[in-house]
Design a protein. Structure first.
Length: 491
């Protein structure tokens, strides 16, 4: 690609020499992956500065450097105000604007993002679409899965992935969009057709200054839907009307808003809700009509997730009957209210709940059908928002009969300090067991017929990070091994 074509999306820049005839073979932000004829974009990260690796990129065969400060080198350099934004825009250009060729749905909010992407994937697949999903657990492109490092990849990887989707025949892409990704500009250059807002509860205040800043980051997804209205490519915001922040999100976008909710007056709502140990049922009320829903997904939070998914599907032209069938046959998401069954006379559930709100929702759901006592095994991650630690503990003690506080990815922090942050204000209703395996074993070993055990916080994760080192640890497998051990000892 000619450099003049690549730089079309950057209206103002400076060059230190003539570059018009340069041919560009690729785009890179990592000097180690630079190939012959590539553009190397200097990104300033938390731990390193790409400007320090410009010479290394040149040695690797780079044809051009894009920087946001002057570089004293005799080599073609384009200087811009913001290399993060420049990278996103030239990546989109280099890969021929792939999100313009794919119906793209973005899901943001504190809780529910992963489940909604899976529900939408189920709906669109049932409607004979070729789909792709990007999120916390993995990326799936037309049936092939790939690991992910972040909920939302960096802008270059994201555009590369969308190009791969186009090449694989994908027509619908559904992705989780985190507040970090929005704030850091990772989705610049993405042309979203539908943006979904789930909710906003305390999380990530180690990164965001406060809840207002957290909301500001989330609102960027809706502002980036654009100001124009194209009848050939309608865009919609799908927003949880029951959230106290709904009106601010609605005001953030120029596009039509389709609201959903249970308590507030909304375009899409659930009526005659029935929750039980085998799932949920309700009447889905929409502008297209009403239809009964039966689903194996449990809890009120699942009803909200289905309402959000229904809104995005309707905005995308999917019929109510397809939505109904998809909700009926869905199997749920790994690590999201996932039961561990080994023939025991009590329930064991693994869930990703790692915020006060999500933990409360899950425990309330369990209390609706638990016949005995509820035990919750839960901790808080290290190097993350410390202010939510006592809040998590408060929820655990309030809604469970017994809380077992333990480690949950302490990372570089001392696990004892994290547990002290959680429990120093509490007087009763809990025990502390730093070793997560022993904590799970205690909860299971002390449960009897009719009880429920919730193992919260890690969900689908398969590791435990302690003192900066990752160790294999899967709550589901650990619980399964303990159940088999307990079962064997009783035979």
């Amino acid at each position: 690609m000619k450099i003049t074509k690549l730089l079309e999306s950057i209206p103002y820049y400076k060059t230190n020499q003539k570059i018009d005839e340069l041919e560009i073979n690729g785009v890179s932000m990592d000097s180690r992956s630079v190939g012959l004829g590539d553009v190397f974009v200097c990104i300033i990260g938390n731990e390193s500065d790409g400007h320090d690796f410009a010479l290394a990129a040149i040695d690797q065969g780079a044809a051009l450097i894009i920087a946001q400060r002057e570089l004293d080198i005799d080599f073609p350099v384009v200087t811009v105000n913001d290399t993060t934004k420049a990278l996103a825009m030239i990546a989109s250009t280099f890969y021929n604007y792939p999100t313009r060729q794919v119906h793209t749905i973005g899901v943001t909010g504190t809780n529910g993002k992963t489940t909604i992407t899976y529900l939408l994937d189920e709906i669109f697949t049932l409607n004979k679409h070729t789909t792709a999903t990007i999120g916390t657990i993995q990326m799936n492109i037309a049936g092939t899965t790939y690991p992910v490092k972040n909920t939302t990849p960096d802008s270059l990887s994201l555009q590369q992935s969308f190009k791969q989707m186009v090449n694989s025949g994908v027509d619908t892409a559904i992705m989780e969009v985190s507040s970090h990704a929005l704030d850091q500009g990772r989705v610049y250059g993405c042309d979203f057709d539908v943006a979904i807002f789930t909710n906003l509860t305390q999380d990530h205040l180690d990164y965001h200054e406060n809840m207002d800043d957290y909301l500001r980051a989330k609102s960027l997804l809706f502002a980036q839907l654009g100001n124009g209205y194209n009848v050939e490519r309608n865009k919609f915001a799908v927003i949880n009307q029951d959230s106290p922040f709904a009106h601010k999100l609605i005001r953030s976008t120029a596009q039509p808003a389709l609201t959903y909710g249970i308590h507030a007056d909304a375009d899409i709502s659930a009526k005659q809700i029935k929750l039980h140990e085998k799932g949920s049922s309700f009447i889905l009320s929409t502008p297209e009509g009403d239809i009964p829903i039966e689903s194996p997904l449990m809890g009120m939070f699942s009803v909200y997730n289905m309402l959000a998914s229904a809104g995005a599907a309707l905005a995308s032209g999917i019929s109510l009957s397809t939505i109904q069938q998809a909700f009926k046959q869905t199997k749920g998401v790994r690590g999201r209210f996932e039961p561990v069954l080994e023939g025991q006379p009590f329930g064991v559930v693994v869930d990703y709940a790692h915020t006060p709100d999500s933990l409360e929702n899950v425990l309330k759901t369990m209390s609706e059908f638990c016949e005995g006592s509820i035990r919750v095994v839960v901790g808080c991650g290290g190097d993350r928002d410390r202010t939510k630690r006592p809040l998590m503990a408060d929820v655990a003690v309030k809604y469970a009969d017994q809380a077992i506080f333990t480690s949950d990815n302490p990372r570089t922090e001392d696990p004892e300090v994290i547990l002290q942050d959680m429990t120093s204000h509490l007087e009763k209703g809990f025990i502390v067991e730093e070793n997560r395996k022993k904590a799970i074993e205690y909860a299971i070993s002390n449960s009897v017929h009719g009880d429920m055990v919730l193992i919260a916080g890690k969900g689908h994760e398969t590791y435990q990070e302690i003192h900066g080192v990752r160790h294999d640890f899967d709550d589901r497998e650990v619980a399964r091994d303990i159940l088999l051990k307990v079962k064997g000892s009783q035979m």
